[in-house]
Write a protein that binds this ligand. Structure first.
Ligand SMILES: Nc1ncnc2c1ncn2[C@@H]1O[C@H](COP(=O)(O)OP(=O)(O)OP(=O)(O)O)[C@@H](O)[C@H]1O
Ligand SMILES: [Mg+2]
Length: 646
């Protein structure tokens, strides 16, 4: 029960809020889809950005690597010169490397450092190479040991304030051609004793970075270069600040700057490239400035989100508008439905009124006829009935007088004797009182009939009154008397009365008589139509209508009128009390009798009218009426005019 209530409540709540639910769902779905589309677009943009960053990083790394490699090639070439030409002079060397230094600004200087601890022979006039070799002794030893080029960590030449990286190429003295291994080209000797000196190259870090960046656009992207193999405090090499478009090599300045966030590659790792500078590893990183990470950079995804949201709101508004429109239509439809219902009701009422009018007309003409006949017969019969008594007395007096004459005139004249004989006076004097008595009986009967007719029409009684139900039934039977008699086609219809002792019943007598009339007339109709089909049954079970009256409850009486007619099939029983339902041929029945009777019994008298019928056995109608009616109201069924006319 509670579950049902809850279900009903939930259903009605859902129905009343269905417009908001639908609009809400649309909005959520729209916003959800916009968010998904936005995230797809953002993903795409983010990947695109990462790929772009990677490309730039690759390019910068390649350019630095290429620049360094070019510089090393020049250093190697200079080294080859030293190893071949021992007596090479400074001006000659200057001519040899001068143009190379000019084309490679990141190669600041190339110097020859002989093995002897003399001061190095400068090959350039621009700088005074006062290199502190003791600080780089380890690097020199390493180069000698490896017999390969060695790069140092970040250096600063006292005379130059530019950070740079030294590159030492060990130069060994050439072995005579005969000493070389068969088939081997001339290679430098590998014994440390044959070390002639070192070729020193000075690489300018900022120039290296500058040359690599000159062809790459770096809006809002900083570049950070570190020496991965140097101790922590020495790691910093160079920093390109996009905002000021300058390359910073001073580590004191770098500490005061915002170097930006690391860029991330598509695989999620921070975008870093390792540069191989001979024995050293440099780390190159892109650092993104806050301007670069600005959300507006993802304007495509933002546009998708904004457009999606606008569309969602528009769709929601449209749905709400549609609901309003539907509401208006529903209202109009409801109004029209109400109006059409009212029309239907009016039509039904009209039909009922028509039914009543027809029946009233029928009953009023019957009542009028009956009342008229009763009235017309009443006057002459009153003359007869009123004078009969005197006629009897006068007759007796006259007969007494004749008897006195006979007593005192024993021999009357022959003419009188002859007349007495002719009229058979003895028989006449005996028969005349009897004749008058029978005339009295006949007149009594006529008076009774007139009374019954008046009783049936009840034209003078439009109010509810206590009446004798049996009188009503009897007067109705009297009206129908002629129909009960035998005809050429059928035998008489027997009436079996089982009247109980009943008190007066409060009712509209005229209307109730109408009910008896309708039911009895239907029973007679049914028996008449059935008489031919009855066959041998007719002999053992003659046509009869039984009328039983009894108490149904202490405060209700019941009148049962049954016939042994054809009965009714189920489909007729279902429609029995519907107005205009009839199975009789056109012109014989209107189909109003029972519907009017139902109204009179159920609506006017708060009683019950039931039908029990079995095809082939017969039909029984039971009319149940309360002894007392609670509401008394005058219901004129026959107009006052008719009443007055009667
Ligand atoms: N006693 C009965 N036996 C068999 N059928 C009956 C009986 N009483 C009524 N009917 C059926 O019920 C139908 C409806 O009866 P109702 O009195 O309402 O109309 P009607 O007799 O056909 O016409 P009206 O009474 O208006 O002249 C009848 O046509 C008849 O078929
Ligand atoms: Mg009828």
């Amino acid at each position: 029960m509670t579950a049902n209530k809850f279900k009903n409540l939930a259903t009605s709540t859902l129905l009343s809020y269905r417009r908001y639910i639908q609009a809400g769902l649309t909005l959520c779905a729209g916003l959800g889809l916009s968010a998904i589309a936005c995230s797809v677009a953002y993903n795409w943009e983010y990947k695109f950005m990462q790929a772009e960053l990677q490309d730039r990083l690759d390019k910068i790394a390649t350019d630095i690597q290429r620049e360094v490699s070019g510089n090393l090639e020049i250093i190697r070439a200079a080294g080859a010169f030293y190893s071949v030409f021992d007596g090479v002079k400074k001006p000659e060397m200057k001519t040899f490397v001068g143009s190379a230094l000019y084309r490679h600004p990141s190669l600041k200087a190339i110097a020859w450092l002989p093995r002897v601890s003399d001061s190095p022979q400068s090959l350039t006039k621009e700088i005074d190479l006062d290199v502190d070799l003791t600080a780089n002794r380890l690097a020199l030893e390493k180069a000698t040991k490896r017999q390969e080029i060695i790069a140092t960590d970040r250096q600063k030449m006292p005379s130059q304030n530019q950070p740079s990286v030294f590159v030492f190429l060990p130069i060994f003295s050439q072995t005579p051609p005969g000493d070389t291994a068969a088939g081997q080209p001339d290679l430098p000797a590998r014994e440390p004793e044959s070390l002639k000196g070192f070729t020193l190259g000075v690489l300018l870090v900022d120039a290296l970075v500058k040359s690599a960046l000159q062809e790459t656009k770096l809006n809002f992207i900083n570049v950070y270069l570190q020496d991965a193999m140097a101790p922590e405090s020495e790691k910093f090499l160079a920093f390109y600040e996009a905002k000021t478009n300058r390359i910073i090599t001073d580590e004191n300045i770098i500490n005061q700057l915002q170097i930006g966030q690391r860029a991330y590659c598509p695989d999620g790792s921070s975008c870093t490239r390792i540069l191989n500078i001979e024995n050293r590893r440099w780390l190159l990183q892109l650092r993104l400035t806050p301007e670069y990470i600005n959300p507006l950079r993802f304007w495509r995804s933002l546009t998708v989100l904004i457009f999606g949201s606008i569309l969602s709101f528009a769709a929601t508004l449209y749905i709400m508008k549609l609901w309003n429109y539907t509401d208006r239509i529903e209202k109009v439809a409801a109004e029209r439905t109400t109006k059409s219902r009212q029309l239907e009701q009016t039509l039904q009422e009209l039909q009922q009124t028509q039914t009543q009018l027809i029946q009233q007309e029928k009953m009023s003409s019957l009542g009028l006829l009956v009342a008229g006949v009763a009235h017309e017969v009443n006057n002459p019969i009153n003359f007869i009935y009123g004078n009969l008594h005197h006629a009897r007395e006068y007759t007796r007096d006259l007969l007494d007088l004749v008897e006195l004459y006979q007593k005192h005139y024993l021999s009357p004249p022959s003419e009188i004797s002859q007349h007495l004989e002719n009229i058979d006076f003895d028989f006449l004097s005996e028969d005349l009182p009897q004749l008058l008595s029978s005339m009295k009986i006949g007149a009594d009967r006529i008076v009774q009939i007139v009374q019954s007719l008046r009783n049936f029409s009840r034209l003078d009684e439009s109010e509810m009154k206590p009446v004798n139900i049996h009188e009503g039934i009897d007067s109705t039977l009297l009206i129908l008397q002629s129909r009960l008699k035998a005809t050429a086609d059928r035998p008489a219809i027997e009436i079996v009365k089982n009247y109980s002792h009943l008190p007066l019943v409060e009712c509209y007598a005229g209307q109730l008589n109408q009910v008896f009339m309708n039911i009895l007339a239907n029973a007679i109709d049914a028996l008449e139509s059935y008489s031919l089909d009855r066959g041998p049954k007719a002999a053992i079970d003659p046509m009869a209508i039984a009328i039983t009256t009894e108490y149904s409850t202490p405060d209700k009486i019941m009148v049962r009128i049954s016939d042994n007619g054809p009965g009714m099939p189920e489909n007729v029983k279902k429609l029995l009390f519907d107005p205009f339902f009839t199975t009789k041929p056109a012109g014989k029945g209107t189909g109003l009798g029972l519907s009017i009777s139902y109204k009179i019994v159920v609506e006017k008298h708060k009683g019950a009218l039931r039908c029990d019928s079995t095809p082939g056995l017969g039909t029984e109608f039971s009319i149940e009426i309360p002894l007392r009616q609670e509401v008394r109201q005058p219901v004129p069924f026959v107009s006052r005019k008719i009443s007055e006319a009667a």
